[in-house]
Design a protein around this ligand. Structure first.
Ligand code: P6P
Length: 338
């Protein structure tokens, strides 16, 4: 446990260095990726915090009073991450929810041994109504030979192969939560000094949740086992106490509340979306890695989510993620759906 008192605040840089020191074989490349992501997160946070002023400065797609062309914040966030990460020599390729194909490392920069997949600003449609939004990222070790450019083959790995994963939530405060497989740790941005400070070391999520996060406007499209499962979570089949329903329609915000307070986020398959809505590689997998590191669990309703071998970059997956006991109920009750 790294001491964290008023006199010895732990910055994310210090934490990363001290975690790396625990692994003599570490080369520092993964640490460098995390540093650079923390810088990108601060830059995006600064843009998101000013979003409310966009009407004064000019809405996305228009020119503002200074005649500057306004871009959508998720496009801006995508550029920020891509430019922050493309020159460090640690990545051989990237992939983004905002871009169809693999994002190559510019030829003037060295290719490294990792690939980065990310959703630069998930839930961005909520920005206009001041609901928290988030960035989600996943890091994999390349599987193609070191040295050359990375390919989509480096991306299409099961989530269990992730070497790091994390998210940033731009809420009442900006928090970065990440794991490298040695616990899940949260850092809160102190805007007065521009530093992420350790605030939630070794997060543990309660085994039994308080909260149920689901958009039940899709109920008529769900299978009967899914409907039965939701009745169980709501206590309607008298098998358990009802869970409190909390759903803001922003994945990172709903996931983060449930991670800290205990609960389950559910986005089932439905007749309109047979694979669900959420993206496996850069939404479901990174959150599942963090959730398992915090003692929780994640499934697509059929198997452990991190064992799914993806077939395409933007593949979707049903998602049941959160408190272990609540996910196990889903696994049991959805067997009939197999
Ligand atoms: P629905 C936001 O668009 C998002 O991708 C996630 O952040 C969120 O959890 C989900 O979609 C909400 O989807 O169908 O409930 O509006």
């Amino acid at each position: 446990m790294i001491p964290n008192s008023e006199t010895s605040v732990v910055t994310i840089d210090r934490f990363i260095i001290e975690q790396e020191a625990m692994f003599p074989e570490a080369t520092g490349e993964l640490s460098g990726i995390l540093y650079d992501l923390a810088v990108a997160a601060k830059m995006i946070s600064s843009k998101v915090r000013r979003a409310g002023l966009i009407d004064i400065l000019g809405a996305a797609g228009s020119d503002n009073v200074q005649g500057e062309h306004q871009q959508k914040l998720d496009v801006i966030a995508n550029v920020i991450i891509t430019k922050a990460m493309d020159h460090g020599g640690r990545l051989c390729a990237m992939a983004s929810e905002e871009e169809e194909g693999v994002i190559p490392i510019p030829p003037q920069f060295r290719c490294g041994k990792y690939v980065l997949l990310f959703d630069p600003l998930d839930g961005s449609s909520n920005i206009d109504v001041n609901v928290p939004v988030g960035t989600i990222f996943s890091v994999l070790r390349r599987v193609t030979p070191d040295g050359g450019p990375g390919t989509v083959q480096d991306m299409l790995q099961a989530g269990a192969q992730q070497v790091a994963a994390g998210y940033v939530i731009y809420g009442s405060s900006t928090m970065l939560v990440y794991t490298t497989g040695h616990g899940a740790h949260g850092f809160t941005l102190d805007p007065s000094i521009g530093e992420f400070l350790l605030s939630h070391q070794d997060i543990r999520t309660p085994n039994i949740g308080k909260y149920l996060s689901v958009n039940d406007s899709y109920e008529r499209y769900w299978s009967e086992p899914v409907r039965a499962l939701m009745r169980r979570y709501r206590g309607l089949d008298m098998q358990r106490e009802p869970m409190n329903v909390r759903y803001v329609g922003s994945l990172v915000a709903d996931f983060h509340r449930n991670l800290l307070g205990g609960g389950i986020f559910v986005y089932p398959a439905n007749k309109q979306a047979p694979s669900g809505k959420l993206r496996l590689l850069y939404e479901c997998n990174p959150l599942a890695f963090i959730c398992e590191q915090a003692g929780g669990a994640a499934t697509d309703g059929r198997q452990r989510l991190l064992e799914i071998v993806p077939g395409e970059l933007h593949q979707r997956s049903p998602l049941y993620i959160g408190s272990r006991n609540d996910v196990e109920i889903a696994t049991r009750m959805l067997e009939a759906d197999r």
